[in-house]
Design a protein around this ligand. Structure first.
Ligand code: ADP
Length: 494
């Protein structure tokens, strides 16, 4: 786009579109109306010429009633005392030419003479054809006449006759129509252009509003909504799409802001603690034992800091799409058993019974590292949030096109108002008890990302005080043979 400022861009789009719409619509109608005008003019001309031909056919018949050939000469038989009949015969002979079989002129009217007499050759040729011939001839003033010529038989006499009628009257009518039409046409086009311009302006007004609103949008002012007009048309759909887009942007900006706040908070807590430990070491410690304790505490907090940074890095990579999945065919039941084995010791220490029920030879096309992370996050959470005496179980079920992993616990459960948020980043359910193993609130957001990246789904059911069930469904994929499974390295929950 060449225009730099949004105002110039808006002017460019609306004016340009408005002008192009109106102009193309007007050009189309100009072509259509001109074509229609020409079509009507030609149709009128042809109707009029057909009428004249019919009239000439009738006159030809009438002439045969009045004309006789006596001793090789034409003789007209009618009541000369009757003015009406005399007038009719006069009319019939107005454009009239009669020649004998040799092409010698017998009678010719003055009007016909103006076209020029038909030469004897043409007459003889015409007499050989049984069909009448039609021609258009013009007199000296350029007025067109239709001429009907052919054979006139009277007894044993064969003669050549041509009669004609002027097309002037009809032409005048058609010309008048054409002039009027093509004079009014520019007016029609102009008014069409004006109406089109106004209508296009009206139709495109919501776009201008959209452009103005888009201009008002900033990172901190995203919750702007344009009211739709209720017409349900393309522009309303565009406005709705725009409103939905700003909603999505608003929620994503809010998440980003929240995320920055959460990250700063997460980083500040161990940093403050480290600073405290170091100050104690510097100003208050007197014995080696006290120095040692301060350093050990500081190291624990440094470890927590690097844990946070690692998790953040992983999160950033997963969300920016840099963490590409390395898919392979896995024996998911075996992986579930291995992850559960790793958690047996902490589970026993917490007094929680951990069991696995996995269908043998259950194959899945997935990223091994991410699947391991998924299982260990879900199982570690289940163990962590289940009090002593409780139990945790993981079940792997294989269907034809889907693998289902169900992690059940008899732990503290999750209240209904927290359930929709547990997959959000840094979301931790506040607990009244002091929690030494405080998580980062990132584990389940990873789980959700891994499931999404594998094209699966996850849902959670929970009853506070009774327990929680996470169900993961993964498409089995194009499974062939399982890849050899390397031994698992002990892995922390991230
Ligand atoms: P954290 O690192 O804090 O465990 P997660 O994202 O893994 O973060 O979990 C988010 C929150 O969901 C936790 O703070 C916890 O309160 C709750 N939660 C997760 N799993 C369970 C579970 N099996 N039982 C009860 N609460 C759970």
């Amino acid at each position: 786009m060449s225009s730099d400022s949004p105002a110039a861009f808006r002017t460019h789009v609306t004016r340009g579109l408005r002008f192009r719409l109106t102009t193309s619509y007007v050009l189309f109608f100009t072509a259509l109306l001109s074509f229609l005008g020409l079509f009507f003019v030609e149709t009128l001309r042809s109707i009029y010429s057909d009428q004249v031909r019919d009239l000439l056919d009738e006159e030809w018949g009438a002439i045969k009633g009045y004309l006789r050939i006596e001793k090789g000469k034409p003789a007209w038989f009618y009541d000369r005392e009757d003015p009406d009949e005399a007038f009719v015969v006069e009319r019939l002979r107005r454009v009239y030419f009669l020649a004998d079989a040799e092409g010698r002129v017998l009678e010719v009217s003055n009007t016909y003479r103006e076209f020029g007499i038909d030469p004897p050759d043409a007459v003889r040729a015409a007499l050989r054809s049984p069909q009448p011939a039609w021609r258009v001839r013009r007199n000296e003033q350029g007025i067109a006449y239709i001429i009907r010529s052919g054979v006139l038989v009277d007894g044993r006499h064969r003669m050549y006759m041509a009669i004609g009628r002027s097309l002037a009257e009809g032409s005048r009518l058609v010309d008048r129509f054409a002039w009027t039409y093509f004079l009014v046409l520019p007016l029609m086009i102009l008014s069409g252009w004006l109406i089109g311009w106004l209508m296009a302006g009206r139709a495109l007004r919501p776009l201008e509003e959209l452009a103005r609103t888009a201009q008002r949008i900033t990172g901190s002012n995203l919750a702007v909504q344009i009211p739709t007009r209720g017409a349900g048309d393309e522009l309303d759909r565009l406005i709705e799409a725009f409103n939905r887009m700003t909603e999505r942007l608003d929620s994503s900006f809010r998440q980003t802001r929240q995320f920055s706040t959460d990250v700063s908070h997460e980083l500040r807590t161990p940093l403050t603690a480290i600073r405290g430990q170091l100050e104690v070491a510097l100003f208050a410690a007197t014995s080696t034992e006290q120095y040692r304790e301060a350093i050990v505490n500081a190291l624990q907090d440094v470890e927590r800091l690097s844990q946070i940074v690692r998790a953040l890095l992983l999160l950033a990579q997963s969300e920016s799409g840099q963490l590409a999945l390395q898919k392979q065919v896995l024996e998911i039941s075996a992986l579930a058993r291995e992850v559960a084995d790793q958690l047996q010791i902490p589970a026993e220490a917490a007094g929680v019974r951990l069991s696995v029920s996995a269908a043998p030879a259950c194959l899945l096309e997935a990223d091994r590292v991410q699947m391991e992370r998924l299982l260990s996050n879900l199982l570690a959470n289940a163990v962590k949030y289940t009090p002593a005496g409780g139990s945790v179980s993981v079940a792997v079920r294989c269907r034809r096109d889907e693998v289902r992993i169900v992690v059940d616990d008899t732990g503290v459960g999750i209240a209904a108002d927290h359930l929709p948020h547990i997959f959000d980043r840094f979301y931790r359910i506040p607990s009244t008890e002091k929690d030494p193993e405080r998580g980062l609130g990132l584990g389940l957001s990873f789980v959700a990302w891994i499931v999404r990246a594998h094209g699966g789904s996850i849902d959670v059911q929970s009853k506070p005080g009774e327990g929680t069930r996470f169900t993961v469904r993964l498409p089995a994929g194009n499974v062939r043979e399982p890849a050899p499974m390397p031994a698992l390295e002990p892995q922390r929950k991230s």
